[in-house]
Design a binder for this molecule. Sequence first.
Ligand code: ATP
Ligand code: MG
Length: 189
Amino acid sequence: MGGTFDPVHHGHLVAASEVQARFELDEVVFVPTGQPWQKSTHAVTAAEDRYLMTVVATASNPRFSVSRVDVDRGGATYTVDTLRDLRERHPDAELFFITGADALAQILSWHRVEELFTLAHFVGVTRPGYTLGDQHVPSGSVSLVEVPAMAISSTACRARVAKGEPIWYLVPDGVVQYISKRGLYADGD
Ligand code: ATP
Ligand code: MG
């Protein structure tokens, strides 16, 4: 499961847990993105902070792990690079790529989608506010999975911290504490 994870929240964790159970996956590997050279709408938090928050959030689940492939490659992350690197590290594994409804639409608009489908089976999960299944999904290459609705986004978590509002129970306790300890998001970034 790739993502910016800025910060990781319970929407990510519920989606991962649900897909793990549904497909009986041995492991869900969370892959925080590299640091983009250029900001898009906001400055993305340092990759090491996003990586560590993801480690903290997933530590208690024996089926969850975190990969540094995108963090260590650096620069903007392209899903095809993530999958090639994971394939190299796990040559015998059957790979699944988990995405929310919004990210799935973006990935499917990518011009070399055929190569992606040779690297992994794609799983699109439901996400409140986005429609799953409207995209032109090549049949057989993407599974659509309904997961418990968690109307949580990292953007909303960052905005809450900037306004001094609580994020308890939206993100794991250790992530609340990490954000506070490092003073993340306090300036509205
Ligand atoms: P931001 O608001 O910064 O974009 P985000 O909450 O969308 O953050 P990402 O790191 O962008 O989180 O998302 C990583 C992956 O998790 C994407 O595939 C996204 O669609 C999915 N995802 C994020 N939040 C949810 C949620 N609440 N329910 C289901 N899927 C989610
Ligand atoms: Mg997002």
